[in-house]
Ligand binder design. Structure first.
Ligand SMILES: Nc1ncnc2c1ncn2[C@@H]1O[C@H](COP(=O)(O)OP(=O)(O)OP(=O)(O)O)[C@@H](O)[C@H]1O
Ligand SMILES: [Mg+2]
Length: 250
């Protein structure tokens, strides 16, 4: 078993009996391995990728892919400065130089151009250490020890990692079908059971994210439960949710 410590925590922090998936995810994150975390929205993938790491690791560099994200957005480009054009490293290169984790959110949205850069960035450690990554300023950057990539996605790997080349670079995959236990425990006790179930409801129409539950929990102190539920979950569902909380509390 992996027993890395991160600050004052021993990894994995998650009780295996409570969540096998998160136990495995934290084990992988403690190994600083290139991998993809995938599962429903708002369950804690980014939070975990940004906060759970081997002790002494540099702070992760986090970026989110959109259809517009280019290879230059990842690697760097020239910008106009007071002394003319100057090279500015992109997030991937900052992470490589620091030996940090690069978190790539929503990898399923990566454009073909960004994928081309990820081919180099997420290559196997030994290959990357030999080849480095070519930058637009002519430099070849080589990763400092500890550099690795953690991708996140709501889509299944078959859809998120299109093409054998990128799929094989993220061969280590952890499916997270439930919310991180600490994210559930951060909610008031009376909301936890309903939140844990509803945030991963297979029917997207019925799903209520942990973010909505957080809003509900924060607002109800200020404006009362019925109004908070209407704002957080929508007026159409507010009564059913507050009724179910009352039944659970009885
Ligand atoms: N370990 C945790 N402890 C406390 N709160 C957490 C934890 N993990 C997640 N959360 C809460 O849940 C919210 C959603 O988490 P996060 O953004 O990591 O989800 P995600 O799975 O990356 O979602 P998406 O798929 O939409 O990107 C966070 O903003 C935070 O409030
Ligand atoms: Mg995320």
């Amino acid at each position: 078993m992996n027993t890395n410590t991160n600050n004052d925590r021993t990894l994995p922090t998650v009780d295996r009996a409570r969540s096998e998936a998160w136990f495995l995810a934290e084990t992988v994150l403690g190994m600083n391995a290139t991998c993809v975390l995938h599962g429903p929205a708002g369950t804690g993938k980014t939070y975990a990728a940004a906060t759970i790491a081997r002790p002494g690791s540099p702070v992760p560099v986090v970026m989110t892919m959109t259809d517009e994200t280019s290879a230059a957005d990842l690697l760097g480009h020239y910008i106009a400065g007071p002394n003319g054009f100057e090279w500015k490293d992109g997030p991937a290169v900052l992470a490589m130089r620091a030996g940090a984790r690069l978190v790539i959110n929503e990898i399923d949205h990566a454009s073909g151009d960004a994928i081309a850069a990820l081919y180099a960035i997420a290559d196997e450690r030994d290959t990357l250490a030999r080849t480095g990554v070519a930058l637009g300023n002519g430099e070849h950057v080589f990763p400092a020890a500890g550099f690795h990539v953690v991708a996140t996605s709501n889509a299944e790997p078959a859809d998120a990692l299109r093409g054998e080349g990128i799929a094989s670079r993220f061969a280590l995959r952890v499916h997270l079908p439930d919310a991180h236990p600490a994210a559930v425990d951060a909610l008031p006790e009376d909301c936890r059971k309903a939140a844990a179930a509803s945030c991963v409801n297979p029917d997207p129409e019925q799903r209520l994210t942990l973010r909505s539950w957080r809003i509900f929990a924060d607002l109800r102190h200020q404006i009362g439960q019925p109004l908070a539920a209407a704002l957080a979950f929508g007026p159409g569902r507010a009564d059913a949710i507050t009724d179910s909380l009352a039944v659970a509390a009885a």
